[in-house]
Write a protein that binds this ligand. Structure first.
Ligand code: AMP
Length: 299
C-alpha cells in the first residue's frame, strides 16, 4: 500500500564543526519521502518556489516519489539553516526563511485522498489538520512535530493528537508536552492525549514504542562517525511508515520491525550532509544493516 507524506520541502544550509554546506535538499517531507521510498510508493505533498533546483526535483523522481501534490509557486523555497556543536546532539537554528511556505495550503489531488497510510511529517499542525480533512478514511495516520509547534500552536497540536493513530516525538518534546522527564512515565500521559501508539525518539539511544501490546525498545544503529544528523528523525519516521505501508499483516505486529527499519534508514541519513548519503543507499544496504542490528541487539 502507498503512503502520503506531507511536510516541509526545503533548502537547508548546514554548518558542522567540520564543514558548511549551503542549500542542500532538505525538509521533513524530503527526508521522510526518500526514506519511505525504499519500501513503498510515496505521494509527496509540499510546496517549493521557482528557485528550487531541477536536480532536486530529479532526485525525488529517481526515488519514484509521486509529485502531483508538490506545488511550485512563484517565490523562494523554504530555507532553514542550522549549526551543530562538536557534540552533534546540540544544534541551533540560525535562520528560518519561510518563502512560499508562508501562504502554503496543501491541496490534495483527488487520487491522493484514498491513500491508506498518511504521514503528517513536521509542519504546522493547522496544515496537518487540513490534509487530514481531505482524506477519505485512511487506514493509519502518524504525526511528527517539533518544539516550535509546542511553543506557538499547542491548541492545534492537541486537537490533532485526537485524530492520529501514532504520534512520534523526541524526548525533549515529550518532556515539554506532558511535563515529565522520565520517558516511561511520559508515555501513558501522551496516550491520554489521544494516540493509540506513541513513539519517543532518543537520538543515538534509539526509540521506545508504547501501544496496546506494551512497550518495545528499538536501538539506534551504532555509527562510528556522524557527519550530519539533520533529518534523522524524519528519516526514521519515513522509513517506519514506508515499511509499515509496504508490509502485509497486522500493523500491531509489523510496527516493531518497522522501528528497526526506521532506525537503519536514519543511520544512513546521518552519514552524509542532507540527503547525500541516503540517496546513494539501496534496499540491499538497508537489509544488510537490519540483519546486523538484529544480530547485535537480540540474545
Ligand atoms: P530533524 O533533524 O529531523 O529535526 O529535521 C530537520 C529538517 O526539518 C530540516 O531539513 C529542515 O528543513 C526542517 N525544518 C526546520 N524547521 C522547520 C519548520 N519550522 N517547519 C518544518 N520543517 C522544518
Amino acid at each position: 500500500m502507498s503512503v502520503l507524506i506531507v511536510g516541509s520541502t526545503a533548502l537547508d544550509s548546514i554548518k558542522t564543526p567540520k564543514a558548511f554546506n549551503p542549500k542542500l535538499l532538505g525538509g521533513s517531507a524530503s527526508h521522510a519521502g526518500v526514506a519511505a521510498s525504499f519500501f513503498t510508493d510515496v505521494n509527496l505533498v509540499g510546496v517549493v518556489g521557482d528557485d528550487f533546483p531541477r536536480k532536486y526535483t530529479a532526485l525525488y523522481q529517481q526515488h519514484g516519489l509521486d509529485l502531483a501534490g508538490l506545488q511550485v509557486k512563484p517565490g523562494k523555497t523554504f530555507h532553514w539553516s542550522g549549526e551543530y556543536e562538536i557534540n552533534m546532539n546540540r544544534r541551533r537554528t540560525l535562520a528560518t526563511e519561510l518563502g512560499v511556505f508562508e501562504t502554503f495550503s496543501p491541496e490534495l489531488p483527488e487520487a491522493y485522498r484514498t491513500t491508506p497510510f498518511v504521514l503528517l511529517a513536521n509542519i504546522a499542525p493547522a496544515l496537518q489538520h487540513h490534509v487530514l480533512d481531505q482524506m477519505k478514511k485512511p487506514k493509519f495516520v502518524a504525526a511528527d512535530t517539533m518544539d516550535l509547534w509546542l511553543n506557538i500552536a499547542m491548541p492545534d497540536l492537541l486537537r490533532l493528537l485526537k485524530r492520529v493513530d501514532l504520534f512520534v516525538l523526541n524526548d525533549s518534546e515529550a518532556q515539554q508536552l506532558v511535563k515529565e522527564d522520565n520517558v516511561v512515565a511520559a508515555l501513558p500521559k501522551l496516550h491520554k492525549l489521544g494516540p493509540k501508539y506513541v513513539i519517543i525518539k532518543k537520538g543515538e539511544h534509539g526509540s521506545i514504542l508504547s501501544g496496546p501490546s506494551g512497550l518495545f525498545i528499538a536501538p539506534a544503529y551504532p555509527l562510528k562517525k556522524v557527519v550530519d544528523p539533520t533529518g534523522a528523525g524524519d528519516s526514521f519516521v519515513g522509513g517506519l511508515m514506508g515499511y509499515l505501508a509496504g508490509s502485509k499483516g497486522p500493523i500491531e505486529t509489523n510496527l516493531r520491525r518497522a522501528m528497526i527499519y526506521g532506525s537503519v534508514t536514519a543511520s544512513f541519513c546521518c552519514e552524509g550532509f542532507g540527503l547525500t548519503r541516503t540517496t546513494k543507499t539501496s534496499r540491499a544496504d538497508i537489509e544488510k544493516r537490519v540483519k546486523e542490528l538484529l544480530r547485535i541487539s537480540c540474545v
